[in-house]
Design a protein around this ligand. Structure first.
Ligand SMILES: Cc1ncc(COP(=O)(O)O)c(C=O)c1O
Length: 470
């Protein structure tokens, strides 16, 4: 890392932690030069870097100021203070209607689950696809059957190694996106009628999978700052025959919360005591704004009970549908289920991604993507402060591209969703993140698109609608 990048990272860490609060004036170039022993050019470069990332703003003749607002954390989700059991999960209709509106390209995509495709190196990937497709060995079609293309699994294993949690390439199973990995894991460890612990609020695909397989959900509260409520989970494990857990411990969807490493260790130890498998969804882990990849729970798993699922959908190639699972002790069953259902992931897509990863450039792309997302987060936070009611509470994600916004109790975000759609704006209302339809006063907003005048206007219109409904 260059000296100015190091300095920018140091200051960025202070901004993220709140040590340098929004509105604070950054030290003058002369002070930085003296304090850090760098040249004025290096200090300027570091400040430009922070400005590009949206973390600071220059004010003419006054210097640089920390961007952003003093928005507070959302309150603890009171409505889900205790775990709730849904004996028959029925979430689909509401989720489908919201997802349809998020897919309409004429709408502003605040409700979308994806980052803007403009942020991905699609031409570079297309080149890899075209050049590798011409030379695919006919035998590759057979060799890439489960557990998947060997070169790709090798590249994924190298990434695990770089993150400090080695996983043997031979153990990895390539899937059609993380969603297939998650679903296969669930089928590998549970049967219809079983009780599965999911997060509240949590990713709607978990509820949909339970609905499809006739399983029951027990919703474990997620705390905005700490993540999964471990005390509530411990009690639920004592009282109920929980067959498996399906959790996100990093940049949780929809709240954006990341559990501290110590809590992840505790979670793994707790589940190990009860011999309960964990299906860990880590699709946003690589989109961290801090210094390094937040280790997932899988990194602390010594009993093979954690199935770590991820993909390239959120970080590189949304349409290629390539994901994987590091399956712990359940590999054989997952592989069999993969063979019984979809047989294999697309061979050309696997080969192209293996080639792209092998030729380098992924880490550089990720750095750019993380910086872009962090800047967009700042813009959305500022727009929230400018346009939304003053009593909203907003999460503070340290990665990913979702913000969780809580209005006052009693506010109806399903009505806001309908009114916004009529005005060309999509959003994700809270109840789609809970089988018992809690969080009606919350929304998830997507800041995964480059900030624009129309995004700013959309936020202003949303704010007006919220006031009118409020
Ligand atoms: C939390 C979470 N997990 C998994 C997925 C699915 O990932 P993939 O597109 O790789 O199947 C998504 C996509 O929206 C997601 O938000």
């Amino acid at each position: 890392m260059k000296r100015y990048e190091e300095l920018a990272e140091l200051l960025a860490a202070d901004i993220r932690s709140g040590r340098l609060a929004p509105g604070t004036r950054l030290p003058s170039i002369r002070t930085v030069t003296a304090q850090y022993g760098v040249s004025p050019a290096t200090a300027f470069q570091a400040y430009y870097r922070l400005e590009e990332r949206g973390l600071v703003r220059a004010r003419e003749r006054s210097g640089y100021f920390v961007a952003g607002t003093g928005l507070t954390h959302p309150p603890e989700p009171a409505a889900s203070a205790a775990p709730r059991i849904s004996s028959a999960v029925d979430i689909s209709e509401l989720v489908f209607s919201v997802l349809e509106s998020a897919q309409d390209r004429s709408l502003l995509p605040f409700g979308s689950a994806f980052a803007s495709p403009l942020l991905f190196p699609l031409p570079r990937l297309a080149k890899a696809l075209a050049s590798t497709a011409r030379f695919i060995d006919p035998w590759d079609t057979v060799a890439s059957l489960p557990p998947g293309n060997a070169a790709l699994r090798q590249q994924i294993a190298l990434r695990y190694l770089g993150m400090g949690m080695p996983q043997p390439a031979e153990s990895l199973i390539v899937t059609n996106g993380a969603l297939e990995a998650l679903n296969l894991c669930l089928s590998a460890v549970a049967r219809p009628g079983d009780l599965i612990a999911i997060e509240s609020p949590g990713f709607y695909a978990a509820s949909q999978a339970l609905e499809r397989l006739g399983m029951k959900a027990i919703e474990i509260p997620v705390r905005p700052k700490e993540g999964i409520d471990l005390a509530a989970l411990a009690e639920a494990l004592e009282r109920h025959p929980i067959r498996a857990c399906w959790f996100m411990t990093t940049f949780q969807n929809p709240m954006g919360t990341t559990m501290e490493e110590g809590k992840k260790r505790e979670l793994v130890a707790l589940l190990a005591r009860h011999e309960v498998p964990l299906i860990e969804d880590d699709v946003y882990g690589e989109l961290y704004f801090g210094q390094r990849y937040p280790l997932p729970a899988k990194a602390f798993d010594t009993k093979g009970l954690v199935m770590h699922c991820s993909s390239f959908s959120k970080t590189l190639a949304p349409g290629y549908r390539i994901g994987w699972v590091a399956p712990g002790r359940f590999g054989r069953r997952i592989e069999q289920l993969k063979l019984m259902t979809t047989l294999s992931a697309s061979v050309p897509a696997q080969v192209a991604l293996a080639d792209y990863l092998h030729s380098g450039g992924y880490d550089k792309h990720l750095r750019k993507l993380r910086h872009a997302l962090e800047g967009q987060l700042q813009c959305m936070n500022e727009a929230l402060a400018r346009h939304f009611p003053a009593d909203i509470r907003v999460s503070r994600p340290a990665g990913g591209y979702f913000l969780w916004v809580a209005f006052r109790e009693g506010f109806d975000t399903l009505a806001l969703h309908r009114a916004a759609a009529e005005q060309g704006i999509s959003l994700a209302p809270g109840p789609i993140f809970s089988p018992s339809r809690q969080f009606r006063h919350c929304i998830r907003l997507n800041y995964g698109a480059p900030w624009s005048e129309s995004a700013e206007q959309g936020m202003a219109r949303l704010g007006e609608l919220a006031r009118a409904l409020g």
